[in-house]
Design a binder for this molecule. Structure first.
Ligand code: HEM
Ligand code: HEM
Length: 232
């Protein structure tokens, strides 16, 4: 079926590059702990480099730079286009609870805008911890590369927050992926992969998303109306 345009190519590339760089930062950051020698990942053919501190550190810098560049692009792009659909709104905590409860009980959920309230909260959570990782990561990098003398307190807290952020982002990404265990949420997957989501899905779950709803109505009408187009 023809779908409603939801995620333009730019958003999909930003999402993919963010996901790839965060997974790579998880992996290379862990390498500096260092754990791969101890757990013998270094013995696996092709993985000997994971035990080399300098190599994992430089890959960590490399993906750090990608994450920062993508973040700057993302914020500038949406500010210039005045698109703030994903920024949390008042009442999101309560509404998230209602949406999640509805998924468990099968009852009707409150109507959503382009994003569900828990998606807006999820975005803010992940964005906040990425900012923490970037600031504390940059402090650690300046110390390493320039040998700049920060006070003991600044170094101590950067290291603690960088480690805490690592944990929080694992939680965030895990929670984000766990959301797709729920069937209704899986309808969003084609949007992030190919750009479009089903018109019936938009009509019933995101009726407060103006542009999306209009596009959905047109598609449904062309297909012979709601009864015919949205059977299941
Ligand atoms: C490090 C890994 C990842 C991060 C940090 C991340 C981050 C995000 C954020 C912040 C959002 C917007 C808020 C939300 O919908 O909750 C989002 C949306 C989304 N992500 Fe991810 N993501 C990651 C990996 C993945 C993976 C592996 C998939 C599966 C293919 C995926 C699929 C989606 C989908 C379907 C949406 C919803 C888009 C929409 O509402 O149209 N994400 N992601
Ligand atoms: C998702 C984002 C990130 C994650 C999950 C992450 C994770 C980690 C982990 C687990 C460590 C090892 C603990 C330690 O040595 O203190 C580490 C160290 C480090 N990270 Fe990150 N990091 C992220 C982003 C960044 C960024 C954006 C930068 C810089 C621009 C950065 C720079 C560093 C530096 C310099 C070290 C210390 C290396 C050392 O001196 O041993 N990180 N990171």
């Amino acid at each position: 079926m023809k779908g409603v345009n939801r995620q333009p190519l730019s958003n999909r590339i930003v999402h993919a590059l963010t996901a790839i760089s965060i997974f790579a930062l998880f992996f290379t950051g862990l390498g500096q702990m260092p754990v791969y020698k101890r757990y013998m990942l270094t013995e696996v053919p092709g993985f000997a480099w994971t035990g080399d501190y300098t190599i994992t550190l430089w890959w960590h810098y490399f993906f750090g730079v990608i994450l920062i560049a993508v973040g700057v692009y993302h914020v500038t792009y949406h500010f210039m286009r005045k698109e703030f659909d994903i920024v949390p709104k008042k009442g999101d905590l309560k509404d998230s609870w209602l949406v999640i409860k509805a998924m468990f009980t099968g009852k009707e959920e409150p109507p959503s805008e382009k994003y569900l309230p828990e998606q807006r909260l999820g975005y803010a959570f992940i964005a906040f911890w990425i900012v923490v990782m970037v600031i504390t990561g940059l402090i650690k990098t300046i110390k390493n590369v320039n040998g700049f003398d920060f006070s003991h307190g600044v170094l101590f807290w950067s290291a603690q927050l960088h480690n805490l952020g690592f944990f929080m982002l694992i939680l965030g990404v895990f929670g984000h992926l766990a959301a797709f265990l729920f069937k209704p949420n899986r309808q969003l997957l084609p949007g992030m992969l190919w750009g479009k989501v089903s018109a019936c899905y938009v009509k019933f779950r995101h009726p407060l998303w103006k542009e999306g709803k209009q596009e959905a109505e047109k598609i449904i009408q062309k297909l012979g109306g709601e009864k015919k187009a949205c059977k299941d």
